[in-house]
Design a protein around this ligand. Structure first.
Ligand SMILES: [Zn+2]
Length: 460
């Protein structure tokens, strides 16, 4: 905006025309910044409300407000400039800027490509030449009509926003939108707050780029190849377009089932507590820990070991909570790709087997560090607790506050009377201490919050 008002160089916007439609090949951010300023809509205004419906998150509103405040402070709003038209201005900068709004134009270049494929090719050429786009985003963009890309976008936006699924028949569209909204809510409700001052955190925290994470989630749940690292992505991995939507819906159903197993009220859900399994010790959601937990829970389910797990669950949770560094160290060594998630789920599996074999924490660590894959967990290499948290100069940092809250909240967490594991608000059922069929009452003193699996799978 400042560049526009002060007549600095704004690179040309590159457009492509096809029939009545005009596509922005390059310069979409420049254009949307101008439009946002004129309409005072930074993601929470009239246009955004029409586009997202009720799907505007607290996070999005917060960012919009921050942007608006910044613009107001730094350059002023469009409405303020409009109000100055016709007045005699003494402030020369203001007068010059007001004149710019009327005179300044943006240079447009037209791409002459004849086909959408040729226009797309120029888009990727242009966008990779100056500032390379994120490889994961490129992968999603280039395969945007494939079922996994449509499913990912639908989940991220809770079934709202641009209808990438508009070509499907009406009933399928509705099913896709309903399921997208459900999975979105299972992942992102209640809203994530920073610093963490409530144990009611969503199972997938925000504050990171959600689309690549959900794309990985969809790939994992559907056994599609996942890149080992961010640089290991081939466009040839893209699936063919989904013509009728049935594949998209199928993929979303698989995601739903896997999430239900880790954390929802669905019967059989293990109800993993996010602060134990999916978050670092301060405030950060760890996508690879979440995906690893999905793998771990599926292995327990597939090998009929959920009941065994329930017997050692308290020890297991205390151990992984106490040693969150094991997960963060593994993730930072191997990166965010599938290599680290495989290694973390293997870590969980070995800790589970260790407790099964009657080992204590020390014995498990000894067994782990004896293997090349976990040699990095040797105590000597692990930084002391809280060493990596910024302390804060004037006041305590968000991370320090979050870490302190999480530590205390987990001390007093609600525990399942059947397995003694931590119970989270998203996946809680109420067990009758004395069964209904044995005459147990519905009074509060006969009810205990339990994990759905413990209530249905273990007790009956
Ligand atoms: Zn339980």
């Amino acid at each position: 905006m400042r560049a526009f008002l002060d007549r600095d160089l704004i690179p040309a916007v590159i457009l492509w025309e096809r029939g009545d439609e005009i596509f922005v090949i390059d310069g979409a951010h420049r254009l949307s910044a101008l439009i946002a300023w004129v309409r005072d809509d930074y993601g929470d205004g009239g246009d955004s409300n029409r586009f997202f419906g009720a799907g505007i998150t607290d996070e999005q509103r917060k960012v919009a407000k921050k942007t608006r405040d910044l613009i107001k402070r730094e350059i002023g709003t469009y409405a303020e400039y409009s109000g100055l038209v016709g007045q005699t201005l003494t402030d020369r900068v203001q007068a010059r800027r007001l004149a710019s709004i009327g005179k300044e134009s943006i240079i447009i270049q037209w791409v002459t490509a004849a086909t959408p494929a040729a226009a797309e090719a120029s888009f990727f050429k242009i966008n990779q030449a100056a500032q390379p786009i994120d490889p994961i985003e490129r992968r999603i963009l280039q395969s945007r009509t494939s079922p996994n890309a449509i499913a990912s976008r639908c989940i991220v936006r809770g079934g709202r926003g641009h209808k990438y699924w508009a070509a499907f028949d009406a009933e399928l569209q509705e099913n896709v939108e309903t399921l997208g909204a459900k999975i979105h809510d299972d992942l992102y409700k209640p809203p994530h707050r920073q610093p963490v001052t409530s144990a009611d955190q969503p199972i997938a925290g925000q504050g990171y780029n959600a689309l690549p994470f959900v794309f990985d989630l969809v790939s994992l749940c559907n056994e599609l190849p996942m890149p080992k690292t961010n640089n290991d992505m081939k466009i040839s991995d893209a699936l063919p377009p989904d013509i009728d939507g049935s594949l998209t819906l199928e993929m979303m159903k698989k995601v739903n089932k896997r999430i239900e197993l880790v954390s929802t009220n669905a019967s059989g859900s293990l109800g993993f507590h996010p602060l134990v399994y999916f978050y670092a010790k301060s405030r950060n959601f760890l996508p690879s820990a979440f995906l690893a937990s999905l793998e771990f829970s599926q292995k327990l389910d597939r090998e009929s070991r959920k009941r065994d797990f329930t017997r050692i669950r308290r020890n297991f949770e205390d151990y992984i909570f106490e040693n969150k560094n094991f997960v963060t160290l593994t993730a930072s060594r191997l990166g965010s790709g599938s290599r680290s998630l495989g290694r973390i789920s293997e870590l969980y599996w070995q800790i589970f087997l260790g407790f099964q074999d009657g080992l204590d924490g020390g014995g498990i660590l000894e067994k782990l560090t004896g293997q090349p894959e976990f040699a990095h967990l040797r105590v000597a290499d692990i930084p002391p607790p809280n060493a990596d948290l910024p302390v804060g100069q004037r006041g305590a940092s968000r991370q320090s506050k979050s870490a302190a809250f999480i530590r205390e909240a987990m001390r007093g967490v609600v525990r399942c009377p059947i397995c003694d594991g931590a119970v989270h608000t998203n996946s809680m059922t109420f067990d009758h201490g004395e069964r209904r069929r044995d005459g147990g009452s519905n009074r509060s003193d006969n009810l205990n919050p339990t994990h759905p699996y413990c209530n249905s799978g273990v007790k009956s």
